[in-house]
Design a protein around this ligand. Structure first.
Ligand code: M21
Length: 143
């Protein structure tokens, strides 16, 4: 499961550079997307929420009201090797987090909270990939 999550993270992270400018997410606020999983990573910058919004749009994972598009998200996760073992679980976690922050009207701020909730939930159920594996793969991929 952690290997699949690693692949999904790096795949989703491919859209980060494309979204930096429109979201205003500078290198100081987040250098690489996989830092998302670091224990010390803090979800404080609204720009990160805007970046995730932009990245999700890039992969067509949102509805018109900027909520998760369940079917497209399921298919996106399934497009990675062994993605089918994680797809339903991930969609459920994100949706549960989504419902917790429905009262937040600002899309970027809401998605930032959802992302933190997703990270923390995945960690608590052992779905989070280790930083070591993420960094190793990230370097291999860049070569
Ligand atoms: C698998 C790696 C990363 C995915 C990251 C972000 C997860 C946050 C989900 C935000 C969903 C937005 C839904 C808006 O209602």
């Amino acid at each position: 499961d952690q290997t699949v999550m690693k692949d999904v993270t790096l795949g989703f992270g491919q859209a980060l550079e494309k979204c930096r400018e429109e979201s205003g997410l500078t290198d100081e606020k987040m250098e690489e997307f996989f830092h998302f999983w670091h224990d010390d990573f803090k979800f404080v910058h609204r720009e990160l929420g805007c970046a995730i919004l932009c990245m999700s749009r890039h992969f067509n994972l949102l509805t018109e009201t900027s909520r998760m598009h369940h079917e497209n998200t399921d298919n996106f996760i399934k497009s990675f090797p062994n993605g089918e073992i994680l797809a339903a679980k991930m969609v459920e976690i994100i949706h549960t987090c989504e419902l917790r922050f429905e009262n937040e009207a600002d899309h970027c701020a809401r998605i930032l909270r959802i992302a933190e909730c997703f990270r923390d939930t995945c960690k608590s159920v052992d779905l989070a990939p280790t930083m070591e594996i993420l960094i190793a793969e990230f370097i291999l991929q860049a070569e």
